[in-house]
Design a protein around this ligand. Sequence first.
Ligand code: SAM
Length: 327
Amino acid sequence: RHDPQGVAHFLEDESTKIFARKVADHYSARSNQTLEEREASPIIHLKKLNNWIKSVLIQLYARRGDAVLDLACGKGGDLIKWDKAKVGYYVGIDIAEGSIKDCRTRYNGDADHHQRRKKFTFPARLICGDCYEVRLDKVLADDAPFDICSCQFALHYSWSTEARARQALANVSALLRPGGIFIGTMPDANVIIKKLREAEGLTFGNSVYWVHFDEEFSDKKFKSSSPFGIKYTFHLEDAVDCPEWIVPFHIFKALAEEYDFELVFAKNSHEFVHEYMKKPEFVELMRRLGALGDGSPDQSTLSADEWEAAYLYMSFVLRKRGQPDKT
Ligand code: SAM
């Protein structure tokens, strides 16, 4: 039977899965770097800056004893940050099998890793799965509710379709307690679209990154198209080479409200640095991480190209509506 609509639907489903697999395979294939390799990376200071941003978010919002849900946890690069915040329980989920394996090794402390360390103080559960496809409230029924959920550098992978973007938010909303916090960092759509419009063609970038949009977006307007599925290819030297999707922030905020979230703040990474570098404890943290030389934002050790790449990202904090139980 000829059913053009059904076929189109099938094709869309298939291509969504193929792209999700592409993303998973890309991250799975990235092996752990040695300390020497890491320090030699052309984006080492950008990596350190991003670690600082994540640490600040965690220090601002995690509380001792919290149950943490880390969506798209990757290789567990944030485990130490959560440990420093003295959280009580950690669940990490990632679609990339290789990353979850590395995360498990890191958690167990037997990794041939640059930070050999004592065991983590909190129990953890590490799961391989697609956070934007699966109903996690069923998988994690025994672990919920969580006090805080984090999705770092990964939520944009859910914007390939409306169904996935909704599943991502539905999962976080269902698993957080009332008053629970959702923190994240993702590409800043406003910056990316502005740069695309200023570019001569459909590609822009510098020595550490490039972004390329397909011909179908050649009008650069996006007005008539759906806010979901706006795909581009992102290349970040020594880190990412993946299909990614634009997350128009005003639509994200409106959708989040549908799932009972209110916006606490959203800040581009540059603004984030300027704001939190006013606080001595975060200046000291920056100095320890070695991201900005002596800790002054004016004497940056980031190259100009790394600093421009940092501008592509923004962080957000959402709060789940309702009052926490008074216990
Ligand atoms: N959050 C980690 C961090 O900050 O170090 C990893 C960030 S990495 C840039 C993006 C991660 O998103 C990868 O580990 C990738 O496998 C994961 N990811 C992408 N799509 C996903 C999905 N549908 N479900 C779960 N994880 C996903």
